[in-house]
Design a protein. Structure first.
Length: 344
């Protein structure tokens, strides 16, 4: 009882209820002590508590703070908790559906117009099956005895094994016959005592009176067992849809992020291209400037070369003039000397 009360307080106030005021307590919804079914939706142990289908107390923590933390977490629907929860409650739903089918078959026996005739036919069929099995068993045992007398031990053992299997089938048939009789008498007593037709609740599998008082119908629908199975039926319908919608949202978000990433990559590529283009254009301008400078240098060099050529020619001309003047003077002097000798 102490553990139960502690679990109830944890569920209502959280497992950190005993912490000092202002004390920060780390909560991990992934902890091994945390009930994952409670995080997802509800714990089946709580759902069936104090009903005829009670499955006992849950030995894990039902922490409301961990539940809130999980519901707000980006990891919600990504830890596998929902899948395990659905597997568990799906098995419970299958169990109650089998119960519904079984109880409906029981009603077929008791609510036909000729109940005794129906049961009589079933009983007769069961007895015929029993007699047939007994005959087969006797035949197998006789054959086994005969084979043993003839020394065919292997065949005798094989026939005895077949006879034993038939005996097991006969025993099972006897049990089914007794169960059939008990179910018939039970439902017959219920139907006779109420003297009203009955039906099976399609949610929890319990028997209900047809055209019963509304107050009794309301009491049944508000009963804890009915609500438990109705809750399971509802979560099996809604949770998979919610999970699928979440998957679609995640896919849409991933697609959006991928598109944004592609756009950003495209913009980055374009910026790189523009940078390369500007760099190339700048390099082209610089190359042109260098070419122009080289041409200017060549022009200046050509002008200087021509100027040097002119200076050289002028210098040569002056030197040549001086040489010619000296030669003329020497020639004139020789002429004068020659004429002077002739006169003497």
């Amino acid at each position: 009882m102490t553990d139960y009360m502690s679990a109830m307080l944890d569920e209502l106030m959280g497992s950190t209820r005993n912490a000092n005021a202002g004390e920060k307590v780390e909560i991990d919804f992934n902890g091994a002590e945390i009930c994952k079914d409670f995080l997802v939706a509800f714990c089946p142990h709580d759902l069936f508590r104090n009903t005829k289908n009670d499955i006992g107390y849950c030995n894990l923590k039902h922490d409301v703070n961990a539940k809130r933390l999980y519901e707000e977490s980006a990891r919600r629907y990504k830890c596998g908790y929902e899948e395990r929860f659905l597997n568990r409650v799906s098995e419970m739903d299958r169990d109650v559906r089998r119960k519904i089918d079984k109880n409906e078959k029981r009603l077929v026996i008791t609510q036909t117009s000729n109940e005794e005739e129906t049961f009589g036919k079933l009983k007769e069929s069961q007895e015929e099956k029993m007699n047939d099995l007994l005959k087969k068993i006797d035949d197998k045992m006789e054959e086994a005895e005969k084979a043993g007398n003839e020394g065919n031990v292997n065949l005798a053992q094989s026939l005895v094994e077949e006879a034993n299997k038939l005996k097991e089938e006969r025993d099972l048939c006897e049990v089914e016959g007794r169960n059939l009789l008990e179910r018939f008498h039970h439902l017959e007593d219920v139907a006779n005592s109420l003297n009203k037709p009955m039906k099976v609740c399609q949610i929890c599998g319990c028997f209900m009176l047809v055209n019963d008082a509304q107050s009794r119908i309301d009491d049944h629908f508000s009963g804890k067992l009915h609500i438990a199975y109705a809750t399971i039926r509802d979560i099996l319908e809604t949770l998979p849809k919610t999970m699928e919608e979440k998957k679609k949202e995640d896919r849409s978000e991933r697609d959006r992020v991928d598109r944004e990433r592609e756009k950003e990559k495209g913009r980055a590529d374009q910026r790189d291209k523009d940078r390369d283009h500007r760099s190339s254009r700048g390099s082209s301008h610089k190359s042109s400037d260098r070419d122009r400078e080289r041409e200017k240098d060549k022009d200046r060099e050509r002008r200087r070369s021509r100027s040097r050529d002119r200076r050289d020619r002028s210098s040569r001309d002056r030197d040549s003039g001086r040489d010619r003047g000296s030669s003329d003077r020497r020639d004139r002097d020789r002429d004068r000397r020659d004429r002077s000798r002739d006169r003497r």
